[in-house]
Design a protein around this ligand. Structure first.
Ligand SMILES: CC(=O)N[C@H]1[C@@H](OP(=O)(O)O)O[C@H](CO)[C@@H](O)[C@@H]1O
Length: 485
């Protein structure tokens, strides 16, 4: 259908525009215009969209603060305008998730400006805080929050809305202001999650303060704590633990409305979606809550699609990219239930239903969004009166190790079972299985990267040394069978 097709096309184009690397600029402008034309045309073909028909297709474009942005915007605009029936709209300087939110809202006939985005997330955040119960005991949560903006656009946007956020004292570092530092360099969510060390600008004075880290275009979020004044290592709260926090909160509201048997006023299909990179301890934690946990291939396009199958679907990659999706019919049922419960305004069920509605407004349902995700984390911590440590203690991550192996042809590896098993080349999976059985809590898989010319090896075990040793042994098998290069 036209709307969903256009939504996907916008998403593809906006994504492409924001991720085209600088070295692309050495190519001629003409070549880039052609690339954009080809993208639009291929997408229209794949999705069965008639261009040049009665409706013109609007393609929303935005850019970040890098100097290459204006040039890329210009060529993208020319590429789009070269196609009959498509119009390029420049939405300005935005985070990736803001742009996706605008596309989604436009396709739904809703208000879609940046001011509307800010109003929606600040208002729903305020609403969620107002719905915080007052019977949860001592407030262990510190209002202070330091955010590493990765020198990207997210920090600048957060600075804009900071004054409108109650009960939060936010300090933005690596804020993206000119001269403060280079995008994603020794800072940002990817750096903190992979290296598990402090980003630039953080140090001994931050011990004990809750910290969050965005990535450069603000679609990933992780949290961390500085453990001691003498160490650069951090206590990390990754995407899996953010997911677990959201799941606990939503489940609590559903239990209030439906009772533990899910047979009450609003029977709900609640699904949790992870990838093979989710820490095994998080999956066990979620399964022990009695939840349906499903796995997809790596990449948010797979997770998002799966999460759409539920009334409420929560998905996250361990790297901090994820969100919560509420099915439209479910939201209608939730709204009617809230209206029906209006007689008993202060009833726990009504309060829980209102919390779910506010959550559906606060979280960006187009794509993972560091700003809206962070506000939901903050609202849930306030709701639970939880300190950072309470959150960390939900479960203990199993030690893990990731390695990259350069091989002659990474596509020689074919996987199945959400990339957790190798089916080609034959014999490799058996070798992995033989290694894994030697390790307590051992788990290991290999897959060809979709973004780099490498095979990724992931291993988990009960100690850091064991995880490293397992990863290395399996990497050696991969090198031997596929040919190291
Ligand atoms: C292990 C890992 O972090 N993989 C990343 C990486 O994909 P690969 O296919 O593993 O290269 O880039 C993807 C796009 O950013 C992201 O969605 C995914 O999580």
């Amino acid at each position: 259908n036209w709307t969903s097709g256009m939504l996907k096309m916008f998403t593809l184009l906006t994504y492409k525009l924001l991720v085209i690397p600088t070295n692309f600029l050495v190519r001629s402008q003409f070549a880039l215009v052609v690339v954009h034309m080809q993208l639009v045309l291929q997408f229209a073909k794949d999705e069965g969209i008639t261009l040049g028909g009665a409706h013109s297709a609007q393609v929303l474009l935005a850019r970040d603060t890098r100097p290459t942005g204006e040039y890329l915007l210009d060529v993208a605009t020319k590429g789009i305008s070269a196609i009959v029936g498509s119009v390029a709209l420049d939405m300005g300087i935005l985070t990736t998730p803001q742009l996706h939110w605008m596309v989604r809202n436009k396709n739904r006939g809703l208000k879609a400006s940046e001011a509307d985005y800010f109003t929606q997330i600040t208002e729903s955040f305020r609403h969620l805080l107002e719905l915080t119960p007052d019977d949860k005991g001592i407030d262990e949560l510190n209002e202070k929050l330091i955010v590493d903006g990765a020198n990207g656009i997210g920090g600048l946007k957060l600075e804009q809305i900071k004054p409108n956020l109650a009960r939060l004292d936010i300090l933005v570092r690596n804020s993206g202001k000119e001269g403060e530092g280079i995008l994603n360099e020794r800072c940002g969510a990817d750096f903190v999650q992979k290296e598990k060390v402090l980003p630039l600008g953080f140090g001994p004075n931050d011990v004990g303060v809750r910290c969050a880290s965005f990535d450069g275009d603000a679609d990933r979020l992780v949290y961390f704590h500085v453990t001691s004044p003498s160490k650069t290592s951090v206590d990390l709260v990754d995407g899996d633990k953010i997911l677990s926090l959201f799941v606990l909160f939503i489940r609590e509201q559903l239990d209030i409305i439906n009772g533990k048997d899910n047979k009450g006023l609003l029977p709900t299909r609640f699904g949790v979606v992870q990838t093979a990179y989710a820490n095994g301890a998080s999956t066990e934690f979620l399964k022990n809550l009695g939840l349906e946990v499903v796995f997809t291939s790596t990449g948010v396009k797979y997770l998002h699609k799966k999460a759409l199958e539920y009334d409420i679907g929560v998905y996250f990659e361990a790297n901090g990219h994820g969100t919560v999706l509420f099915n439209d019919d479910f939201v209608s049922r939730l709204e009617s239930l809230t209206a029906r419960l209006s007689e008993a305004a202060g009833s726990p069920q009504k309060q829980a239903a209102l919390r779910l509605l506010a959550t559906s407004q606060l979280i960006n349902q187009a794509v993972g969004d560091a700003i809206s995700g962070m506000l939901l984390v903050e609202a849930v911590l306030q709701h639970k009166r939880w300190s950072f440590q309470n959150w960390c203690d939900l479960y203990t991550d199993l030690p893990s190790k990731q390695l990259k192996v350069k091989v002659k042809d990474r596509t020689a590896i074919v996987t199945t079972d959400a990339e957790r098993k190798v089916c080609q080349p034959s014999g490799l999976q058996e070798l992995i299985d033989k290694e894994v059985v030697n390790y307590s809590h051992g788990r290991c898989f290999v897959r060809p990267s979709g973004t780099e010319d490498v095979v990724r090896v992931y291993a988990e075990a009960s100690t850091v040394e064991a995880a490293e040793s397992l990863a290395k042994s399996v990497a050696r098998h991969v090198e031997r069978i596929l040919g190291f290069c």
